[in-house]
Ligand binder design. Sequence first.
Ligand code: NIG
Ligand code: FE
Length: 430
Amino acid sequence: MPESIDLLVHNTSELMTARPPRPGPVRRHDLDSIEIIPDGAAAIRDGKFVAVGTSAELRARYRPARELDAGGHLVTPAFSDPHTHLIHGGSRHAEWESKVLEQPSPGIDGGIRSTITATADASDDDLLEHAAGILDDMLASGTTAIETKSGYGLNRDAELRLLSLAADIRHPITISSTFLGAHTVPERLRDDRGAYISEIIEMLPAARRLADTCDIAIDPVSFTPEEGRRLIAAAVEHGFRLRFHADQTADIGGTGVAVEAGALTVDHLDFVSDAGLRSLADSPTLGVIFPAANMHLLDVTPGRDSHPPRNLVAWADRLIDSGAALALSTDYNPGTAPCTSMQLVMQLAARLYRISFAAAWNLSTLNAAHAIGAGDSRGSIEVGKDADFVLWRAEAHGQVVHRLGSNLASGVYIRGALVASDGRRIEGNE
Ligand code: NIG
Ligand code: FE
């Protein structure tokens, strides 16, 4: 007697399950393969996967209330995007054109300060409307869970405003909220950095009511390891889980500090030292990396033989070979990475880092879910996980990585329900 289910997804060309060969994030050479079931199928009940197999197997076993005939197309897990700066005012396109034209332009800290002003000048409605547009784009390109941060306030009221707005968002994408009071030092306290650290510490109890994660930027444009340690001690005392921006513009030992603090993630790693990388590889902390930011900052030359400042191929090889657990993310923000699409992130990762298609997918699905602390409930098509998946206008998973710039997601599903179709969110699913 066939069992009842809510939905049977079947008749795929490939069902990419992204089930890992061993528990936890996929590391090192395991990244270069990913489980594909030709003509695969998935059974869904109460928003969760209850069986994964071939179409023939599952059709014989289940009586579905609804069927999704994939029409011989690819089905994969949905993406998670573990590092975004979603809520901000203004646009930094003009500053970026100056950079493109090799004219004087502000550095990262100057750019952050201009976004702080634009954010303060924007109404709550404007900020929420802008964020909703970005979230709709993310959803339509296949992302169903993100992490996002404050950090464009840098004073108590403005930081708490951003966290409250994030908490008010109603959208099908699951949002995990992070307090980033420690993004950089505000202009007003440029000469009294210790006073700003004390201010951040005073914000922690109120921030903790709105966010369960605290991000601390340890980088020459932000805070020193010593300043970071002061913040870590206070954040841990208030029960925050930790993540870090570290070693983005130079190595000042941020990665080692993050690992020592037991961080969930340490993000950027552009200039990570050998010692920092060794400590990361020996830890459960994930390293999150951003090909869109690498490219958009215009400080890289693609290719194995490229000259300083950066050889991204060698850098990515070194990170992967270390055995560190890594994940890809957009780093969506108005300055260093105005990118909303994890498809584009995979496409850039293959080109800039010379990683395999399987690696690009592993780093953007299961590992990205781990990097928002959700690896047990999403990121792969596995029994017991949320049925978040994407139906593609493609037959092979490699086609999505090979394409450059189009949105190939034809249907995006959350817990078995269609939430976006052919580039547009379907209203009414929040
Ligand atoms: O790339 N240290 C901060 N870096 C941010 C920059 C955000 C911005 O340019 O507004 C980042 O994640
Ligand atoms: Fe960031």
